[in-house]
Write a protein that binds this ligand. Structure first.
Ligand code: AGP
Length: 578
């Protein structure tokens, strides 16, 4: 906090609650304050590396979300000029660099920030305040998300809308290269790094406080799992017109003809969104009959991929702020491809930089482990594929209607799966003392196996791998013994018989089978130690029901192991740094 000619600094490692305890008896009053929950990139999570970082004279304080790629060179230059570093972070370089220009340049703090950022390579959302001008705050953005909330005689800065919606819904999203000067008694002044004025426009936050509350659930993750029937319904709302017998997504309508003429679809994403992309491949290739490549955005962006103007890139992201996915977007756009976005956060960087796109309307997703974002992403991909296949005539009218009818029944089917929550909590007990698990699926259930394994890994810290079931014979089957839980998604599908044989192979090696089966199943149930039934669903849409029991399984294993389900260690909800 800044007060007349002084800055008070309080920081510690750990959760925000620990900082609250630490500040319990401290004077935290002040005119302007900055705070940051650091996600460690350079330097381990400890008190010294926590933010804010102070200038040597203690007159400037800075917080930063992003990565300074040339920090080693800058640090060396600053150390040669006598600066002493207190932390191992890249961020500390920024405050010394800005101070160096500020005290020697006899210029405003905003000018010093602009000058300093000209020497910086990398990404940043930063805020800096000074003791000699305690009411003023300078913020800057490049790569990492940053918005300014406009309150009554006060301003807020944040990386997304959720933390400030309680105080205001009026926001200004900063663009890359922006440097803004914020003072409670003056309008926001924004320039670019060359001091050219930029005139921002105010937007309205779509989220509500009520959506940000747990609504009586013990964890956001469980609340969000239970929100899926409503979320899937909202992601279909106004997009299926049974009267006119069309599926239309307003956000991509203008680009549908380009999409239909595309030579190839590329889907780029990370984590759970990448798994949704894999389901998208099955949907688009089966229904639209176009080749689809699914790429990890982090690999795609550095592989110098062959991209042409006849390509369509679909970028999928819950947050719309994932750095690697945004880089894949910019890369493909730069090479002339049409870039379509599927995103859950209105006003996010992805939504503002794609050519067109569709929101998933899942509502805010707060639990780090993505759940309703996955099912609504798959729903939007299915709607896109149905809309294009209808216009292209690549599937029969009867199959088209079958899929539409089944899609509209998904919310009820998910509600039915949720009724088995207690049973799944019982099955979770089997995992509590296990160190590993394997998830198997075939066809469109292979991405579901990957997703189930990711959920277990990221919140219960049990190592888990997802595989196409037939791959077992080529290595992973060596891992099978009584201690290895094997979760098999064996819903009724073309390869049902094949996956039943895969289950036999695991049982033959004393592996324990936990199966996801279609209602009324007999054969696989008989071979399983535990089973969970899901309603019959069209094969291409089955991930919308078969993924839900795996979300609940991971949730209950994590809860029963005493893990912090909503904020698992080492993870952030939106990975806005590379
Ligand atoms: C999933 O549970 C994880 N939180 C993570 O893998 C996530 O899916 C990934 O970081 C992508 O995030 P995005 O959808 O916001 O781009």
């Amino acid at each position: 906090m800044s007060q007349e000619n002084s800055i008070k600094l309080y920081k510690c490692r750990g959760k925000v609650a620990e900082l609250e305890n630490y500040c319990f008896d401290k004077d935290i009053s002040g005119k302007t304050g900055i705070a940051h929950t650091r996600w460690a990139t350079h330097g381990e999570p400890n008190d010294q590396n926590a933010h804010p970082h102070l200038s040597e004279d203690g007159q400037l304080a800075l917080i930063h979300n992003g990565i300074i790629e040339n920090y080693v060179i800058l640090k060396k230059e600053l150390m040669n000029r006598g600066y002493i570093f207190k932390s191992d972070t890249d961020t500390e370089v920024l405050v010394h660099l800005i101070q160096d220009i500020y005290i020697h340049g006899e210029c405003s703090l905003a000018t010093a920030v602009r000058q300093a950022l000209k020497e910086v390579e990398g990404t940043y959302a930063l805020a800096i305040l000074s003791a000699d001008n305690p009411s003023e705050l300078i913020v800057a953005k490049k790569g990492s998300p940053l918005l300014i909330g406009i309150g009554k005689d006060e301003y807020f800065i944040a990386s997304d809308g959720a933390p400030i919606v309680k105080y205001t819904k009026k926001v200004v999203y900063l663009e890359d290269g922006d440097v803004a000067t914020i003072h409670p008694d003056k309008p926001i002044a924004i320039t670019n790094i060359n001091n050219e004025v930029r005139h921002p426009y105010t937007e309205k936050l779509e989220i509500t406080l009520e959506q940000l509350e747990k609504g009586g659930f013990p964890h956001y993750m469980l609340k969000e799992i239970y929100e899926q029937p409503r979320a899937v319904l909202d992601s279909m709302r106004g997009r299926i017109n049974t009267v006119k017998d069309v599926v239309s997504l307003g956000g991509i309508l203008e680009y549908e003809s380009k999409m239909m003429q595309a030579k190839r679809f590329i889907i780029a994403a990370c984590g759970t969104s990448w798994h949704a992309g894999l389901v998208g491949k099955y949907l688009f290739e089966s229904l639209v009959r176009l080749p689809v490549e699914v790429e990890y955005a982090s690999e795609f962006r550095y592989r110098n991929p062959i991209i042409t103007e006849e390509d369509v890139l679909i970028v999928i992201s819950q947050s719309g702020e994932t750095a690697d996915t945004l880089a894949a977007l910019e890369l493909a756009k730069g090479k002339g491809a049409t870039v379509i976005g599927i995103c859950n956060v209105v006003g996010s960087t992805l939504a503002r930089n794609t050519h067109a796109g569709s929101y998933t309307h899942a509502g805010p997703e707060i639990g780090v482990a993505s759940t309703k974002a996955f099912t609504t992403q798959v729903t939007v991909l299915a709607l896109m594929a149905l809309s294009l296949s209808r216009k292209k005539g690549s599937i029969s009218s009867s199959y088209y209607h079958q899929l539409i009818n089944d899609l509209e029944s998904i919310p009820d089917k998910i509600s039915k799966v949720l009724l088995q929550n207690d049973k799944i909590a019982e099955i979770a007990k089997f995992f509590l003392d296990k160190r590993n698990a394997i998830y198997l699926g075939r066809g469109v259930n292979y991405p579901v196996a990957l997703e189930g394994a990711l959920k277990l890994k990221e919140i219960s810290y049990i190592h888990a791998e997802g595989y196409p079931a037939a791959e077992m014979k080529h290595g992973p089957i060596a891992l099978i013994d009584e201690e290895m839980p094997t979760v098999v998604i064996a819903t009724q599908q073309e390869t049902y018989g094949k996956i039943a044989s895969n289950i036999q192979e695991v049982r033959a090696r004393k592996g324990k089978i936990i199966s996801i089966v279609s209602e009324g199943d007999v054969n696989v149930k008989a071979m399983s130690d535990f089973f969970i039934e899901v309603p019959h669903t069209e094969e291409l849409l089955v991930p919308l029901v078969s993924s839900v029991p795996l979300q609940l399984l991971a949730y209950h294993v994590a809860v029963q192991r005493g893990c912090d389900v909503d904020k698992p260690r080492n993870l952030a909800k939106s990975v806005s740094v590379e």
